[in-house]
Write a protein that binds this ligand. Structure first.
Ligand code: IMP
Length: 423
């Protein structure tokens, strides 16, 4: 059975956790392929709410093997804490497998994330300060430490000493911070390594074997298309590749192994951190979306910026990811409005852009061209099929599919698993 990729089409927080939950029954492996503990998945399972940052939500299902693949950057302390917390709540983390090739987030990455943001001042990116960018930068510079290094104390120490020589000089001379102690870091990390040892594996080989054996494999992206390092609103992006192409690199499989690319798209748009956001609504409508949609960061608790649905972004995401279908989330949040707006294009200096403009300056300065659609007064939470949606809500869903050029297969009308409509 070919693999399925699940990817966010906006700036993250589209509700990918719920989509994973619904797909879980048909899956044997759920794979995280990029990012780190900057992510936050809220998943409701067995009547409980779990907030996961690093471990794939597949951990909550006994029949699933959750995998943290090669393209992820791992803070081992956070990973172990998350495993301990799950164990305390009765979820067995022993099935979790972690790629030996995944890179490690080190204490100097966290420190550098904090101080560089401070130095950027008004130009700051608004990162999650978890050390994600600096860890990926070291990976690209080929001075990163990997999970497999945790199992070889001699190599670990050699690589750590080499990295710290430069990091400590930068931290103390450029940023006026205290240098970090190699002995202390090595002690902590080799301890983490001992605990993680049984979970370390060649995950690409495992995924390949599962695919050959006809098992269901879900490649679950964190963050989203517009936060992609190459295809997002650079520099206001994360440092990895959430897009579908990144799923292949990050998990170590080829393009022919995938036949479904599901785009998770929220009925409105949110963004955390800095960067352009043409449909942002800083008035009462945005405030209403924030309150009704509980739009506060899972990782940092920051209020999310909110705005209207943006078809320019959706068309772009459809192209970049090769989306085969959409899962439209949080439609219920828009209930009770007389009219709802969808952005069909951007306008800048008299020109109309139906596709994402090729220059970031235009995206920053463009104004959204809106279409007004009739709202629906009713609460949608009890709808279980497309016919049970009010006509205006059904029309909204159809318009999203039309504008994006991708069919909407499922619509979420409330947080629980049952509050889902197949369309
Ligand atoms: P970083 O990933 O911590 O380096 O942050 C870079 C940008 O990505 C910032 O604007 C963050 O707010 C954003 N970001 C990172 N992870 C998430 C996520 O899971 N959801 C939404 N935004 C995110």
């Amino acid at each position: 059975m070919p693999a399925t990729i699940l990817v966010g089409t906006q700036w993250g927080d589209e509700g990918k956790g719920k989509a994973t939950d619904l797909l879980a029954d048909h899956m044997d492996l759920v794979v995280r392929y990029q990012g780190g503990n900057n992510a936050g998945h809220t998943v409701r399972a067995g009547g409980e709410t779990f907030k996961l940052h690093l471990i794939p939500s597949g951990i909550l299902y006994d029949h699933i093997t959750p995998i943290v693949a090669d393209g992820v950057v791992i803070d081992p302390q956070v990973l172990l804490e998350e495993m301990d917390e799950l164990a305390e709540r009765g979820v067995d983390p022993s099935r979790l497998l972690v790629s030996a090739n995944a890179h490690l987030i080190m204490p100097y990455h966290r420190e550098l994330d904090r101080v560089t943001e401070r130095y950027l001042g008004r130009q700051k990116l608004g990162t999650t300060r978890r050390g994600i960018g600096p860890a990926y930068a070291d990976k690209a510079a080929r001075i990163g430490l990997r999970v497999q290094d945790l199992t070889d104390p001699k190599i670990f120490r050699q690589k750590l000493d080499a990295a710290l020589k430069e990091k400590n000089a930068v931290l103390s001379k450029v940023y006026n911070r205290l240098p970090l102690d190699a002995e202390e870091i090595a002690g902590d990390y080799l301890g983490y390594g001992e605990r993680l040892g049984p979970h370390i594996a060649d995950t690409s080989a495992l995924i390949h074997r599962a695919l050959r054996g006809g098992q269901g494999v879900l490649l679950e992206g964190a963050q989203a298309t517009l936060l992609d390092l190459d295809h997002g609103t650079y520099p206001f992006v994360t440092s990895s590749n959430p897009v579908a192409g990144g799923a292949l690199v990050g998990s170590g499989i080829g393009p022919k192994e995938v036949d479904r690319v599901i785009g998770v798209t929220k009925a409105y748009v949110t963004r955390v951190g800095s960067g352009p956001f043409p449909t942002e609504d800083q008035g009462w409508a945005g405030e209403r979306m924030r309150e009704r949609g509980q739009e506060f960061g899972t990782t940092t608790n920051r209020p999310r910026r909110c705005g209207w649905f943006d078809a320019v972004l959706l068309r772009y995401a459809a192209r970049i990811n090769g989306l085969t279908e959409l899962f439209l989330t949080k439609l219920d949040v828009l209930s009770g409005l007389d009219t709802v707006r969808v952005c069909t294009a951007y306008r800048y200096e008299g020109r109309v852009y139906e596709d994402l403009p090729p220059h970031q300056t235009i995206v920053h300065k463009a104004e959204a061209v809106f279409e007004e659609l009739e709202g629906w007064p009713d609460d949608l939470g009890s709808a279980r099929s497309s016919d049970e949606l009010p006509p205006a809500a059904r029309k909204y869903v159809e318009r999203v599919a039309d504008l994006g050029g991708v069919p909407v297969r499922m619509v979420s009308v409330g947080p629980s698993r049952e509050q889902t409509v197949e369309s």
